[in-house]
Design a protein around this ligand. Sequence first.
Ligand SMILES: Cc1cc2nc3c(=O)[nH]c(=O)nc-3n(C[C@H](O)[C@H](O)[C@H](O)COP(=O)(O)O)c2cc1C
Length: 320
Amino acid sequence: MITTALTRWFDLDAPVFGAPMAGVAGGALARAVSLGGGLGMIGVGADTDPDWVVEQGRLPAEADVSHGVGLMAWALERRPELLAAAIATEPVLVSVSFGDPGPYVGPLHDAGIAVATAVNSRADLDRALEAGADVIVAQGTEAGGHTGQRSTLPLLQEVLAATDRPVLAAGGIATGAGLAAVLVAGAAGGWLGTPFLASLEAANTPAIRARVRTASGDDTILTSAFDIAQELGWPARWPGRALVNEFTETWHGREDELRGDTAATAQVRRARTEGDLAHAPVYAGESVGLLTTERSATDVVRALVADAEKALQRAARLVR
Ligand SMILES: Cc1cc2nc3c(=O)[nH]c(=O)nc-3n(C[C@H](O)[C@H](O)[C@H](O)COP(=O)(O)O)c2cc1C
């Protein structure tokens, strides 16, 4: 068993946090990750229904396992009711990322809930520490979904040098050896999204699970094209890492033309509803090439930890 400051804090068997992924990580995925010994997070998007959040929160509770909820700061500014919905699920951890977590730390602490926030730069870290976040997620640009421009390992090292608070590494971790690497670097665990994209419990579709299983790590792109087309209001500093498809081939790099193009907006919206993966976003990180089988997230966590233990033992033998 691997123990870290965060496995002890949240009473986990595995230093694996199932990242909140809007549209993918509902209560079923969070429950499966927690059943594997990690902590599963439910992902809440900018337009998520608060009742859905409450409903999904019941699934881990029914299996008697803990869960977390992941919120986005820029969305909370417009929809504060999402914070109340997250608190109502009685999570042990809430992440407030992509914006200033400051206004939400007090209410979450008052409810007895620990607060995490993802940082993408050194300046973000200063803001997170000032805000009083308990757990820092150092999210590298390798990550799937919305992210920043810094790479995981240098960002992680810089964050660890600057704070004693527990730090989770996010972006590109998809094997036991990868998990071991960030633990050796000093992280208190991994915050993993992409490795669960082909999990049976994911709330995406069988077609998306099949698509990510055949994708290579060379097939992702960090782009704002989908956000601009969908008029989602995502702040420009966080583009999203998605699989390259016909839409990104057409529009990435032509964002100014895309703004206000109603045909492109209709195309992406329709593609999402109809499951047209040539034009809909399939958010996935650079580790997507390592995903080959559709299996339970519980098994994914268990396999990761078993392999990480072996890698850590091998690493110890490097020292004479
Ligand atoms: C499909 C998808 C959706 C995501 N949605 C969210 C989200 O709603 N909130 C959030 O804080 N992070 C979100 N992320 C980012 C994850 O929290 C995490 O930082 C990332 O997945 C870690 O890197 P990895 O994908 O390489 O494992 C998402 C990632 C993916 C792949």
